[in-house]
Write a protein that binds this ligand. Sequence first.
Ligand code: CMC
Length: 416
Amino acid sequence: MSTAKLIYEGQEIELPVVEGSEGEIGIDISRLRRDTGLITLDPGYGNTGSCRSAITFIDGEKGILRYRGYPIEQVANNASFTEVCHLLIHGERPNAGQLDRYRSELTRHTLLHEDMKKFFEGYPPSAHPMAILAAMVASLSTFYPDTPEEMDLNIIRILAKSKTLAAFAYKKSIGQPFIYPRNDLSWTANFLRMMFAVPSETYEVSPVLEEALNLLLILHADHEQNCSTSTMRMVGSSEANLYASISAAICALWGPRHGGANQRVIEMLEGIAAEGGDLERFLSRVRSREVLLMGFGHRVYKNFDPRARLLKAAADRIFDELGIHDPLLDLAKRLEEAALRDEFFIDKKLYPNVDFYSGIIYRAMGIPTEMFTVMFALGRLPGWIAHWKEMREDSSGYRIHRPRQIYTGENLRKFE
Ligand code: CMC
């Protein structure tokens, strides 16, 4: 085993070096404070590995993303979202029999307890659906207590019920009656029907929408230790239950620097269009740090985000198939090109991320802007669950997540 040396005030400390299965190197400092009294300082955790994980691999320099070893491009083109849930949470692709059973379990648990419908009545119509989703997911814990014996069942329940909660939150916001799930439909078709059907009319789920939704959910399904997944692990490390941990992760995702960026991208594009589409003027505001170019930049990717590439290609296909034209898609492409030519973005290695094109596709699908981050949450659920389960089942155990700090406040003084 190789080691790294830290020399501090004449004292030499040897620290073990750990290597991941793709050759990633880390210095193990888990005994540093115990052995030396020192801690490390890393605001924003840009240099900190918080765990070992076998779920998702990212090489940000090369623009690589893999789920359980499978390249995202292959998963996105060949899998269903249900299959990806199984792959991430259980580590392997299900065989045909396992997939059938998994699908029917996910279908069987889609209904909400009837009493939960009453909760929706209390929210104002203007309530943001992310607030409703977070509250409703936490409320599930009051109906389905979290016991070790019921862990797998609770995972199925949340995967199944989340789409019903999301669709009901949308129906509530537009004042339409809830549409109950139908057991003969796939996860994606069921969700689309609960979102868009109305009781007085027949609703046929469009295969184009179903395929688009499947792709979007898969591309959002996991992204290792991002802000919401780290929240999921952190809250879970206190032994809070699955629903409470997911509710916390949903709140973390809501922020505009994370999942909330997809909503902000559309608002930004609409703003640019409303001011006459002057890209140079907008980019100069970015350069002067007045605004961020939403949907650009990433902590890990210093190259193209592979998900953004897939979504850009899919956007053209989906728009063609739906026979619609959205001037915002043209504007987004022009903005991307202009930013990629601009020294500011070249210097800082800022590329489009997953949120740059996802909102434009959701919009084409008829999903309102306020629901975009909810869509992200539905996609990210299997990733959150996989990480929570991996931590809980770690045979070497886990400790409560409890970072330290460098105190910079007042020294001792008297309170008289
Ligand atoms: N527009 C303009 N400048 C930017 C942007 C941007 N979108 N992103 C980063 N920068 C600048 C930043 O100001 C900094 O400049 P300097 O070194 O001169 O101070 C430099 O680039 C490095 O950025 P950073 O803020 O240190 O990077 P970070 O790793 O802390 O933050 C980020 C990553 C995604 C929060 C950030 O790039 C950002 O706010 N992007 C816009 C919001 C967004 O699209 N979020 C979605 C992220 S992908 C999906 C997800 O995880 O939810």
